[in-house]
Design a protein around this ligand. Structure first.
Ligand code: PMP
Length: 407
């Protein structure tokens, strides 16, 4: 395969030429959100300059253009996930909204008193709180798959949690706090064997690896556009057709209606059933452009390059006395969480920011897993395919300087 030309790729991202505090920006906060290639930015402008309309195809020319662009984006998401049917792709605001949709619709229908919902200890708050709310409303119970000291889920313990009260297993494919890659296919298979449905949170996986929802086999797969080089405010829920068709709408309004009287409403079929109101049309189209972009690069090329960077970064950080890496599973993507003895994570973040290096410090909306490792916060550099070893060297040299300076 041709070597991955990171410098050519970087030229596709205008913001990567920014200077911050007198230094070139080093964007190492990709787990929080990713930067946008010019093709996405230009696609959004093109939509507003040439296609903008609400989506009601038959009304007029621009309505037809907007509808076609929106539905073409849905088809791109379908292809990206290798979903069998384009009508199984529901546009939502993002991962959080997708999980809440499933909890409010499928969950309210199927979870009852004494039922059990299983999540892993790695989950983002977005894949904990909606289930906790549902469980408390229904008298159900939330159960948690523990992790080992490297941050990998314990499959034996998981199997012990499964029983005939288990109705749903909802797990992340990649941990946003530690970077752990979770064996979701195996987890889904075991869930199904126990008669439960399964949801996979792809917020942190889709930008780093090829995802095939038919291969994973889950009932639901969710992700956010902004974490895959697309706009904020748009994401997707994929669900198996027969599961989605059995679910009631979670919101009511325009765009999802076949017929309304004051006595009764008849809903449209998928995907409109779950897209009440005017959707985020332009940003869905932008997400389609982002998917085109990463597919041109090739997810395998992206994954291979990022893996080399991750190994390089973790090895450099490990060499620094007083750095403790949090999350050391053998199979990881993108994330290099750490703490530095003698410094708060905020202090490390501030020192990095002074040099133009952007990382997230804090609890990363995943407090349970950080507490599992005895910390409240970490410094979290997170990589994308446009990052370089030079950027990692800059990060490491700041951390090294802090570590060696007496305070
Ligand atoms: N799950 C995971 C694993 C995440 O990393 C995130 C975002 N940090 C979310 C869910 C929530 O995504 P969003 O805020 O885009 O809805």
């Amino acid at each position: 395969h041709p070597a991955f030309d990171v410098h050519a790729v970087r030229r596709d991202f205008p913001i990567l030429s920014e200077r911050v505090n007198g230094h070139p920006l080093a964007w190492l906060d990709n787990a929080a959100t990713t930067q946008k290639p010019r093709s996405v930015i230009e696609r959004l402008s093109y939509f507003y300059e040439h296609e903008n309309s609400n989506i009601h195809r038959a009304a007029h020319e621009l309505a037809a253009r907007a509808t076609d662009a929106y539905e073409a984006a849905r088809e791109k998401v379908r292809g990206f996930l290798n979903a069998p049917d384009v009508n199984e792709v529901i546009f939502v605001r993002g991962t959080t909204e997708a999980i809440n949709l499933v909890a409010k619709s499928w969950g309210w229908q199927h979870i009852g008193e004494g039922d059990e919902i299983i999540v892993s200890h790695l989950e983002h708050h977005a894949n904990i709180v909606p289930w906790q709310q549902l469980a408390s409303a229904k008298g159900a119970r939330l159960r948690v798959i523990p992790v080992d000291d490297n941050g990998q889920v314990l499959l034996d313990e998981y199997q012990k949690l499964l029983n005939d009260r288990t109705k749903l297993v909802s797990v992340t494919q990649v941990s946003n706090a530690l970077g752990t890659v979770v064996p979701v296919k195996q987890i889904v298979e075991l869930a199904h064997r126990a008669g439960a449905k399964a949801l996979v949170d792809g917020a942190q996986s889709v930008s780093h690896m090829r995802v095939d929802v038919q291969d994973i086999g889950a009932d639901f797969f969710v992700f956010s556009g902004h974490k895959i080089f697309g706009p904020t405010g748009i994401g997707a829920l994929w669900g198996k057709r027969e599961v989605l068709e059995s679910m009631p709408p979670w919101q009511g309004g325009g765009n999802m209606i076949a017929d309304v009287t004051f006595e009764k409403t008849v809903f449209q079929p998928l995907p409109n059933t779950f897209e009440a109101g005017t959707g985020n049309i332009a940003d869905a189209v932008g997400l389609g452009a982002a998917i085109d972009y990463v597919q041109r690069l090739g997810m395998e090329n992206i994954g291979r390059y990022e893996h080399e960077l991750l190994v390089y970064g973790q090895d450099r950080l490990r060499e620094i006395p007083d750095v403790r890496l949090i999350g050391t599973a053998p199979d990881k993507a993108s994330v290099m969480s750490f703490v530095l003895a003698g410094y708060t994570t905020e202090e490390v973040g501030r020192a990095l920011n002074k040099e133009g290096i952007a990382v997230r410090t804090g609890h990363h909306c995943a407090q349970p897993i950080l507490r599992r490792f005895g910390v409240e916060t970490t410094v979290r550099p997170s990589l994308a395919f446009y990052n370089t070893t030079e950027e990692i060297d800059r990060l490491v040299s700041v951390v090294r300087r802090l570590a060696s300076s007496s305070r």
